[in-house]
Design a protein around this ligand. Structure first.
Ligand SMILES: [Zn+2]
Length: 260
C-alpha cells in the first residue's frame, strides 16, 4: 500500500509546501482518531448516524434533566475506547512538525487528548470541543481529572455529584445543544488566519463555526491541503485533496517518513 502512496505525484509537491512553511496550522477531526480505534460519532459510519438514540447521551438538555441519561453516560465514559487508544503515525507526524518549529497551532475537534499524548505541547493544541480527560461541574467552576471521577463511578457512585457544591458533573466537552467557548473558537480562527499552510485532516468540515477556518485561511493567503476519506465542502477551494489513510499519508507529506 505504501508503494502506491509513494507514486502519487502531488505528495512530493505538498512536502515542498511543508518545507517552505514556518506557520502550519493543522485542523484535525475524527478521522485521525478512528485510525487509533476510536469510533467516529458523526461520520457516515458513525455511532450516532447509525443509532440516533445514542445521540441522546450527548445532548446537554437530556443530560441535565434525566438522571438515567447521566448514569448511562458515566457507564459509557468508563468503557470509552479512548482510554486504551494510542496515537498513530498521523499524530506523530504533527509532533514532528512542532519539533521542527513549523507548527503554529493544532486545532482539533477531537476530545481524546491523543495529540498531547503523542507529544504535541498543550499550548499548541486548541480543543474546540473540549476534552474528555477532564470533568467539570455544571454549577460551580470546579474542574478536575476525569479518571478521579471515574474512580468514584467504579466505587459505586453511578451519578457522582460535585464534591464542592453537589452540582451535576460532566466531561469537559461540548455536548450537543451546548454553546462553544467563544475565546477558544476565536483563538482557532486567528491561528487559521495566520497560517501559511492549513492541513485539514480527518474532518468532514461540516461543523461550524470551525469549518470556517478553511475559507478564513484561504482568504488570508494560505495553501490548503485536505486529507479526508470523504469529500468535504471545501475540496474545490483546496490546493490538494488526498483521500488516503491519514497514518500513511501524513508522515509522507510532513516529511517524517523520510528526511527532508
Ligand atoms: Zn460544583
Amino acid at each position: 500500500m505504501s508503494k502506491d502512496i509513494d507514486t502519487v505525484p502531488i505528495i512530493p509537491v505538498i512536502r515542498g509546501w511543508v518545507k517552505q512553511s514556518d506557520r502550519i496550522v493543522a485542523l484535525t477531526g475524527a478521522g485521525i482518531s478512528t485510525e487509533s480505534g476510536i469510533p467516529d460519532f458523526r461520520g457516515p459510519q458513525g455511532v450516532w448516524t447509525k443509532d440516533p438514540k445514542a445521540e441522546k447521551l450527548s445532548n446537554i438538555h437530556e443530560y441535565m434533566s434525566n438522571p438515567e441519561v447521566r448514569r448511562l453516560s458515566w457507564k459509557s465514559r468508563l468503557d470509552h475506547p479512548a482510554w486504551q487508544a494510542r496515537p498513530n503515525a498521523g499524530h506523530l507526524a504533527l509532533v514532528e512538525l512542532e519539533r521542527r518549529r513549523k507548527l503554529h497551532a493544532l486545532v482539533t475537534q477531537n476530545i481524546d487528548g491523543l495529540h498531547q499524548q503523542a507529544g504535541n505541547s498543550p499550548e499548541k493544541v486548541i480543543e474546540v470541543h473540549g476534552t474528555m480527560l477532564q470533568a467539570m461541574c455544571m454549577d460551580c467552576d470546579w474542574r478536575g481529572a476525569m479518571q478521579a471521577v471515574l474512580d468514584r463511578v467504579r466505587a459505586g457512585e453511578d451519578d457522582p455529584p460535585c464534591e464542592r457544591c453537589g452540582g451535576i458533573l460532566k466531561s469537559a466537552t461540548i455536548s450537543f445543544g451546548q454553546a462553544l467557548i467563544p475565546e477558544v473558537i476565536e483563538r482557532a480562527m486567528r491561528a487559521a488566519a495566520d497560517a501559511e499552510l492549513l492541513l485539514a485532516v480527518g474532518s468532514s468540515l461540516q461543523v461550524y463555526p470551525i469549518a470556517g477556518a478553511v475559507p478564513a485561511a484561504k482568504a488570508a493567503g494560505a495553501r490548503i491541503v485536505i486529507v479526508n476519506a470523504q469529500p468535504t465542502p471545501f475540496d474545490d477551494m483546496a490546493d490538494a485533496v488526498l483521500r488516503m489513510p491519514i497514518g500513511e499519508v501524513l508522515p509522507r507529506v510532513c516529511g517524517t517518513a523520510e528526511k527532508f
